[in-house]
Design a protein around this ligand. Structure first.
Ligand code: ADP
Length: 536
């Protein structure tokens, strides 16, 4: 596409391959985009909240994912439409920045666009709508700050963190076990948190899992889990206060090089070779024992003979441990990686309080858990679940909860959930709109109405009469000036979210409003769509 000027200096656009392009302009373009975005947002609406529905998505190669996490649904839906993709990006950026609230942000954006459509029908220019939305967003986020409360916590008093994680988890597959899971997440975050600097490096928390067992068996391992077992089935399954040697040399006798030939033609020769080989193994095992090692972790394999001797000399060993794990183990246990047996010495050994092997039901699979390492701030959440789909969903849910806990460590302000914050902001924006003289006041009112989409969807998904529930709560918020009243999704008998302990982080909620507004503004500003005609 290029811009050219005719003889009178009037600009015009030259489209390359004009015939094969289609073009929509003006309000029609904005409306076409809004329609696409609304369709995507509508898909997610029914997944919002503690009673939200799950979606089942099948990938082209037949893998099935069952989830109610907004970002995952959109990612796997393989949205084709360009504007639809913007919403996918929207939910992703909420996921990257905050980690939670990925469904809510798309529902809000969809509703803002729906409202914008009616304003366009009234003849308001898209730019004025965008400006009105921007003003309304400022009012709403400022109001959020004013209704937010600070929740102080300390490593001894973590209840506020647990409660907030529980709100996140209540809408997920792990809802049944939300307290257990929330406690695991909070412990994991506090284990790696740098509280004075208010920082958490989530990379230090590994969420790993194995199919099998029940979700109840999910554990926090303050250490490393590796997917291996002890090299001999008769070795002890649990070692306490053990010194560890990490080797990158194989436990085997030196092999004759290809050019050498060994003729074994007599029994004596065979006996002496066997003896020499055995002695070699014994020497190796003895070297490890002399250095004081109680456990050998080896990057390579062992010969059966060596394995037997290790068992015989009460020296447990783990073989075929991958390079990455070797490095992690060396860092954690304080061991030096030893490339040759000759170099093994007591100062090169690492230490762990407990190393144990765990099995899974009747399967042959085993894992080794290494806990109590001196230099370790990394932890592993070891997830169990009946099948891969459940396992994946639990991992995604835990990711959200970990993010929420991290956000609270960074900024301990919270707002109340269940749509209460949205209703409070909606009232504030409506009040502010009355003071605006320009056309923007219509957009601001539309923004206020759009905010109500969240409580409406929450009520609808919980089987409550949506409009009635919303108007009742709104009236009460006004009458009692209580911004904590929201939708009672779980039929707990009270609308006060403070009593129900339904919290969300302030930064998460603020980010939702901010991002949704930005995307709407972006979509409203597009007035020309040019695309190859096969997409007609
Ligand atoms: P997201 O992916 O956006 O986090 P969720 O499906 O987790 O979406 O739903 C979050 C919404 O559900 C929030 O608005 C939150 O306030 C609300 N919510 C969570 N638990 C409850 C509850 N027990 N009662 C009412 N609302 C709740």
């Amino acid at each position: 596409m290029s811009l050219a000027f005719d003889d009178y200096g009037r600009p015009f656009i030259i489209l390359r391959e004009q015939g094969s392009k289609s073009r929509v302009r003006g309000t029609e373009a904005v409306k076409a985009n809004i329609l696409a975005a609304k369709t995507v947002a509508r898909t997610l609406r029914s997944s919002l909240g503690p009673k939200g529905m799950d979606k089942m998505l099948q990938s082209p190669d037949g893998d099935v994912t069952i989830t109610n996490d907004g970002a995952t649904i959109l990612e796997q839906m393989e949205v084709q439409h360009q504007i639809g993709k913007l919403l996918v990006e929207l939910s992703k950026s909420q996921d990257h920045e905050i980690g939670d609230g990925t469904t809510g942000v798309v529902v809000l954006a969809g509703s803002l666009l729906e409202q914008a459509e009616s304003l366009l029908d009234m003849g308001i220019h898209p730019l004025r709508i965008a400006e009105g939305y921007e003003m309304a967003c400022k009012v709403a986020t400022a109001h959020l700050d004013s209704i937010a409360t600070k929740w102080d916590f300390s490593p001894e008093e973590v209840e506020p963190l647990v409660q907030t994680c529980m709100t996140t988890l209540s809408s997920k597959v792990v809802g049944r076990l939300k307290r257990q899971m929330a406690e695991i997440c909070v412990k994991a975050v506090l284990a790696v948190a740098d509280l004075p600097r208010r920082d958490v490096n989530l990379d230090l928390i590994k969420v790993e899992g194995k199919v099998g067992g029940a979700m109840e068996d999910t554990r926090l391992v303050e250490g490393i889990v590796i997917d291996k077992d002890f090299s001999h089935p008769q070795m002890p399954k649990e070692l306490k206060d053990v010194k560890i040697a990490i080797l990158t040399c194989p436990f085997e006798a030196p092999k004759p090089k290809t050019k050498h030939k060994v003729d074994i033609d007599t029994v004596e020769k065979f006996e002496s070779l066997r003896h020499a080989e055995q002695q070699y193994f014994i020497d190796m095992v003895q070297k490890c024992k002399d250095a004081g090692a109680g456990l050998i972790i080896c990057q390579w394999g062992f010969e059966d003979e060596a394995n037997h001797l290790l068992m015989h000399h009460n020296l447990p060993a783990i073989r075929w441990v991958g390079g990455v794990e070797i490095e992690l183990l060396a860092m954690a246990t304080g061991a030096r990686i030893v490339p040759r047996f000759e170099e093994l010495s007591p100062d090169k050994l690492g230490f762990a309080k407990c190393v144990r092997e765990v099995g899974y039901g009747t399967t042959k699979e085993r894992s080794i858990i290494i806990e109590g390492c001196p230099n370790l701030s990394a932890v592993t959440i070891w997830v169990r679940g009946g099948n891969r789909m459940v396992l994946d969903e639990v991992r995604r849910s835990l990711h959200d909860a970990l993010c929420v806990a991290r956000n609270l460590v960074r900024d301990n302000s919270i707002v109340y959930g269940g749509g209460s914050a949205e209703i409070a902001c909606s009232l504030a924006v409506e009040a502010a709109a009355d003071k605006v003289v320009g056309v923007e006041q219509y957009a601001m009112r539309a923004f206020a109405d759009a905010l109500e989409a969240v409580p409406l969807a929450l009520a609808e998904n919980s089987g409550l009469p949506s409009i009635e529930s919303l108007t009742a709560v709104k009236a009460r918020q006004l009458a009692e000036s209580n911004p904590h009243l929201g939708i009672d999704c779980n039929d707990a008998g009270t609308n006060d979210m403070r009593e129900q302990n339904v919290f969300e982080t302030l930064i998460g909620k603020r980010q939702q409003m901010f991002l949704a507004t930005q995307v709407c503004k972006m979509i409203l500003k597009i007035d020309d769509i040019i695309q190859p005609s096969q997409y007609d």
